[in-house]
Ligand binder design. Structure first.
Ligand code: FAD
Length: 404
């Protein structure tokens, strides 16, 4: 039996690893567009800050692949799938498969700003992007990060660690930072912490134009202000890599559409996992979803029994040294949805916790400035535990704020 996996990110390689653990005898072939063996994308931030070098980025030693009989072809993107014939075209070679997994991930989104393209205006998605940014740093003094989400904040911090004295600015369209992970109150606390670290934050701003002759020189905002910049990193979300699926006639929308078996075409035994996937109208763009999906896909392609995919509860941690922030599940519930919100803030304003309940069960949380209850709260949310008397417990036990 031959299993072909397209993409060697966390979804593709976790599928390969899980399949091998389940079945020692099947043939596993991975085709990868990038020229590097699997590396963890979140670790790009450590690479950018200088804490990890390129060798340290590569997740498994070369012999892990041969020991596990996983054949990886690097630097060769799959071009087209022939679902009828169960074949895939890679370069000018046609490969037959028994099961196929599309794990082609996503790319960073570059909004069509006026004035683009310009040198030194870029996105950060892969190791080559990070290498290019690091190579530019010696000549850079004024940095503008467009996008105040997790990646924008982590990039700003990593660059400030990589080179001292940078003039770092973060621009955010919403009226507070991390608007997908936080509420307004939490966003205000994060802003103060980021500013304390020497980064200027602009909220409620939109970019009008990227100015400069060949390379970027300034960023003009819609309110008329201009910010000097010799490096601009755009962190404005991602878009699933759908070119292959589109060319191959698969069902796509915002992502590659899958059912609860993570299948896109049952007759042709085509499954998908990771950032490329659209499930029940949504895309995830986070590692926990790629892991959940890869584990189910591994069993599906081996025709083993597995529970259906029911979605992944979003869970994000900001990896900025000195700031503990975890955001899980529903954090900004609609006013009329029957949700209850319980919040508490320490007197010094540096610790903020919010729990969102529905029908007595915890469905979301923001934990800022503390880590100790994160594992417990994550478990409660994932398991849908009924949390009677949470308000009272916030005063009495672990959630006690009186001594802060
Ligand atoms: C800097 C950074 C930090 C991040 N930090 C976090 C974090 O802290 N927590 C978190 O949950 N998520 C984080 N993410 C998001 C996370 O990395 C992604 O959710 C995850 O990588 C998705 O895995 P994937 O395997 O689906 O896709 P990808 O990692 O995008 O891998 C897909 C691979 O497929 C390749 N490919 C594309 N087309 C083809 C083709 N036709 N043929 C063969 N190969 C192809 C691509 O080149 C790519 O290498 C971060 C992302 C970045 C960029």
């Amino acid at each position: 039996m031959r299993i072909i996996i397209l993409g060697n990110g966390v979804a593709g390689i976790t599928t390969a690893k899980t399949v091998r653990e389940l079945r020692p005898d099947v043939e596993i072939i991975v085709f990868a567009e990038e020229k590097y063996h699997y590396y963890s994308r979140p670790q790009i931030i450590e690479f950018l800050s200088g804490k990890v070098d390129d060798k340290g980025m590569i997740f498994y030693p070369e012999d892990w692949y041969s020991k596990n009989k996983i054949k990886v072809h690097l630097g060769v993107p799959a071009e087209k799938i022939d679902a009828e014939e169960k074949r895939v075209l890679v370069g000018d070679v046609i490969w037959d498969y028994d099961s196929l997994v599309i794990a082609t991930g996503a790319k960073a989104f570059m909004p069509p700003f006026k004035g683009l393209p310009k040198k030194n205006v870029m996105t950060l998605r892969n190791l080559d992007d990070a290498k290019l940014i690091r190579s530019l740093l010696p000549k850079v003094r004024n940095v503008v990060i467009i996008g105040g989400g997790l990646l924008g904040l982590e990039t700003a911090r990593a660059l400030s660690q990589a080179k001292s004295g940078l003039n770092m600015r973060i621009l955010e369209k919403a009226d507070y930072l991390l608007s997908r992970q936080l509420d307004k109150e939490g966003g205000g606390i994060i802003r103060a912490l980021i500013e304390e670290m020497g980064t200027d934050v602009f909220t409620n701003v939109e970019v009008e134009e990227i100015l400069g002759t060949d390379s970027v020189e300034r960023v003009r905002l819609k309110d008329g202000r201009e910010l000097e910049a010799n490096l601009v990193i755009v962190s404005a979300g991602v878009r699933p890599n759908l070119e292959l699926a589109k060319k191959s006639g698969l069902n796509i929308n915002r992502g590659l559409i899958v059912d609860a078996s993570l299948c896109c075409n049952r007759n042709a035994m085509i499954f998908a996992a990771g950032d490329v996937v659209e499930f029940e109208g949504g895309t995830y763009g986070i590692v926990p979803a790629a892991l959940d999906q890869a584990k189910i896909v591994s069993k599906m392609i081996l025709e083993m029994e597995t529970p259906e995919y029911r979605g992944t509860i979003a869970s994000n941690t900001l990896k900025v040294m000195g700031i503990d922030l975890t955001s899980i599940g529903v954090v900004n519930p609609p006013a009329d949805g029957g949700f209850e919100e319980i919040r508490a803030k320490s007197d010094n304003g540096r610790i903020y916790k919010k729990f969102v309940l529905k029908d007595g069960k915890m469905v979301g949380a923001i934990i800022l400035g503390s880590r100790k209850e994160v594992p417990r709260v994550s478990k409660m949310i994932k398991e849908g535990t009924v949390v009677a008397g949470l308000k009272a417990r916030m005063r009495q036990t672990d959630f006690d704020f009186s001594g802060l």
